[in-house]
Write a protein that binds this ligand. Structure first.
Ligand SMILES: [Zn+2]
Length: 240
């Protein structure tokens, strides 16, 4: 018998809806292939619209990010293979899917820019070249900063709900930022005593709720040991 849809509030847009879905905080396809089958993955209530919009955003980001990571790294085991298969026409089940994959592959190939030297700007911190790899040239792929920011918001809202069963209301704002490891150290040190870690295969989130302002939170997100993002949640009227 089909389950009756559950009504309630969407963690992302905060609307009350009649037919809530379950959305993965860390996208299902982003878990490495060494994730135990029976592991409880983080999910949160989401309206269908937000769930679908994030699904598209995550698919696009995964394709681009997956092409930049080390296929041998256990933190992201199987991700690069999966991404390359998703645009490989030879893995299609029928002719329609084959054409879709061919188009996707051509589109992404056209977006690749090759540099003779590391470009001076535009690299996501810690997501540039890998130190253990020899590069005769530097191929790069554009990744939408807006989409990364939206992914960060989603994870922050998701972890907050998962841990506290609360929503980040509209009188709060989420400020997304990126830092290289050196610049992040003082912040991580500052919040160290308040930090609570949450992790799953492929993702680590550290959250610090400071005692001087229990409504304000600091979040450090690390995906596959490579992609690092930071956020501060605070009431809108508070200046930083
Ligand atoms: Zn929603």
């Amino acid at each position: 018998m089909a389950k009756r849809p559950k009504s309630g509030r969407c963690v992302h847009c905060l609307q009350n809806v009649e037919d809530l879905t379950r959305d993965h905080i860390f996208p299902f396809a982003w878990y490495p292939d060494n994730t135990p089958e029976n592991l409880q993955r983080w999910t949160i209530p989401s309206c269908k619209t937000c769930n679908e919009q994030y699904g598209k955003l995550e698919e696009d980001l995964l394709l681009r990010l997956g092409m930049c990571i080390d296929p041998e790294n256990a933190n992201s085991s199987g991700i690069t293979d999966k991404v390359l298969r998703s645009i490989d026409p030879d893995y299609a089940n029928d002719r329609t899917e084959k054409r879709i994959r061919e188009r996707k592959k051509e589109k992404i190939k056209k977006e690749i820019v090759k540099w003779e030297a590391i470009p001076p700007i535009g690299l996501h911190p810690n997501f540039g070249v890998q130190s253990n790899v020899y590069y005769p040239e530097y191929p790069s792929i554009p990744i939408s900063a807006d989409k990364l920011e939206r992914l960060c918001h989603k994870i922050v809202r998701g972890i907050t709900y998962f841990v506290d069963q609360t929503f980040i209301e509209n009188n709060f704002e989420i400020q997304f930022f990126t830092l290289d490891d050196k610049a992040a150290q003082p912040l991580l040190k500052k919040y160290q005593q308040y930090c609570e870690p949450y992790d799953r295969p492929g993702i680590k989130v550290v959250r610090a709720m400071t005692s001087d302002n229990p409504d304000a939170g600091f979040y450090a997100i690390e995906i596959w040991g490579r992609l690092k993002m930071y956020a501060v949640v605070k009431p809108k009227e508070l200046s930083c």
